[in-house]
Design a protein around this ligand. Structure first.
Ligand code: NAP
Length: 439
């Protein structure tokens, strides 16, 4: 029998479990741990609430969760309630699938001013993550600056722009829905330190900006390179740039009909956040792109901002005793191997890039690696006690484990509490989640 612990119940965790289940069938026991009482990580807390079709992938994870040899062990924080070393005593392989839940810091003066948030915080707030549900960003101002030109910046700009009707069918939490739809915001500036050819936004997500009821995307034609230069771009990026071109072609009269402008400001690197206690402006330096890199020109200007959200990437949270690559912001690893018997997968392995689907080959590849290590005898003694040993430790410590069956009860309560047309109203406090599973 093989015993595998997977830490983190997001996409990387469940794809790894699926792969192990496929490979070893009845010869494996897999425990999937999560510090929260609810599964699915990024799917629940990262994917935008108005992207329900993407969230639908959790049905596939549920299939894995319901197979006999896979168990969800919620409400247990590995590295706090139980150490990695303790886990390794019981399981042949422990896999860190903890994602990258922390914000990369925008290292400029003023980054600690009020109403400046990282995307992990801001997205966590509107997605009802227990750690950020109380964020209470002040949305009473008229200008927001969103820093970064990736898909998360697009999510944030879109969520800031939608009407209550446009949130129909989403699972945005009520507190965020009320705050967002009461906001008088009228200008959202998306700042990119490089140019239109260097964006990390994908076509479908850019296209959504054209459909917004009360907001219109704006691009300065003078920022766009000659159209002939698009030919060298890879097809996805070329499509994205085509969207930027269509934004630039929107007639002024149409902009005038919409309350909110979403302005793309290219060649603009933030050099300071300015304000007195709370942010009032972003100081920006004009750049030019030289050999693919942003180079400052010395020319600066200020963009008024009552709210700033940095969407510049994420970092994995370190765990005591696990080697960490500070520069890359993820576990130090060689193709997923950290130490004998200790592995990482997904964003915790490769950093915050790629789509949800990228985690599937990642999980399957890691299981092959673990199988090879088992085969070669690298994982040491067989006959570890697996979940039986863990359960004894958990009972000794009085850990209150939330099972997958408990989660199904929590989920049912969330479905019942949903406002009309919404799939669920999420519990945002851990105690509420635990109470909802009943006795
Ligand atoms: P990302 O795609 O890596 O984009 C980060 C952006 O931040 C880049 O434009 C980057 O510019 C900029 N940036 C980094 N440091 C900066 C600094 N100091 N000053 C100014 N700008 C800075 O990251 P993300 O948007 O967080 O997305 C993470 C991953 O999740 C991506 O793979 C994304 O596609 C995926 N995702 C997908 C969806 C979807 O499919 N619907 C939704 C959300 C996220 P440079 O390029 O110049 O470094």
């Amino acid at each position: 029998m093989r015993h595998i612990a997977i830490i983190g119940s997001g996409p990387a965790g469940y794809y790894t479990a699926e792969a192990a289940q496929k490979l070893w069938g009845d010869d494996v026991r897999i425990d999937i741990f999560d510090r929260l009482p609810v599964p699915y990580g990024l799917i629940r807390f990262g994917v935008a609430p108005d992207h329900q079709s993407i969230k639908g992938v959790s049905r596939r994870y549920e299939k894995t969760a319901l197979t006999d040899n896979v168990r969800f062990v919620g409400n247990v924080a590995i590295g706090e309630d139980v150490t990695i070393a303790e886990l390794q005593q019981f399981y042949d392989a422990s896999v860190l699938a903890t994602g990258a839940p922390r914000d990369r810091e925008l290292a400029v003066p003023g980054n600690d001013l009020g109403n400046v948030y990282g995307s992990a915080e801001f997205v966590g707030w509107y997605n009802g993550h227990p750690q950020f549900a109380d964020l209470a960003p002040d949305l009473s101002g008229r200008t927001a600056v969103v820093i970064g030109m990736g898909n998360v910046a697009l999510d944030v700009a879109r969520i800031l722009s939608k009407t209550r009707d446009e949130f129909a069918g989403s699972d945005i939490v009520n507190h965020a829905l009320d705050a967002l739809t009461a906001s008088p915001i009228e200008r959202i500036v998306i700042l990119g330190r490089r140019g239109p050819h260097q964006i990390s936004m994908t076509p479908k997500e850019l296209g959504e900006l054209m459909e917004l009821e009360q907001a219109s995307p704006q691009v300065e034609t003078s920022d766009l390179p000659d159209e002939a230069e698009d030919a060298i771009l890879e097809p996805g990026l070329r499509k994205s740039v085509a969207h930027l071109r269509s934004f630039a072609a929107i007639p002024h009269a149409i902009h005038g009909e919409k309350r909110i402008a979403i302005e793309f400001d290219f060649f603009a690197s933030p050099v300071a956040l300015v304000g007195n206690g709370r942010v009032e402006a972003v100081e920006v330096e004009r750049t030019e792109v030289v050999k693919g890199r942003a180079q400052g020109s010395g020319e600066t200007y200020r963009i008024p901002a009552s709210l700033v959200v940095t969407c510049i990437g994420y970092r994995t949270a370190p765990i005591e005793g696990v080697p960490f690559d500070e520069r890359m912001g993820r576990f130090a690893n060689d193709e997923g191997r950290i130490l004998d018997g200790l592995y990482c997968v997904g964003w915790a392995r490769r950093g915050p890039t790629g789509t949800i689907g990228t985690n599937r080959p990642d999980g399957f590849g890691l299981v092959e690696l673990i199988a090879a290590d088992m085969e070669s005898g690298k994982l040491g003694r067989q006959g570890k006690r697996g979940r039986e040993g863990f359960d004894e430790l958990a009972a000794d410590r009085g850990l209150d484990i939330v099972t997958f069956q408990d989660w199904k009860k929590i989920e049912e309560a969330e479905h019942s509490a949903a406002r009309e047309g919404s799939p669920r109203e999420k519990f945002i406090a851990i105690e509420q989640m635990i109470a909802a599973r009943g006795s």
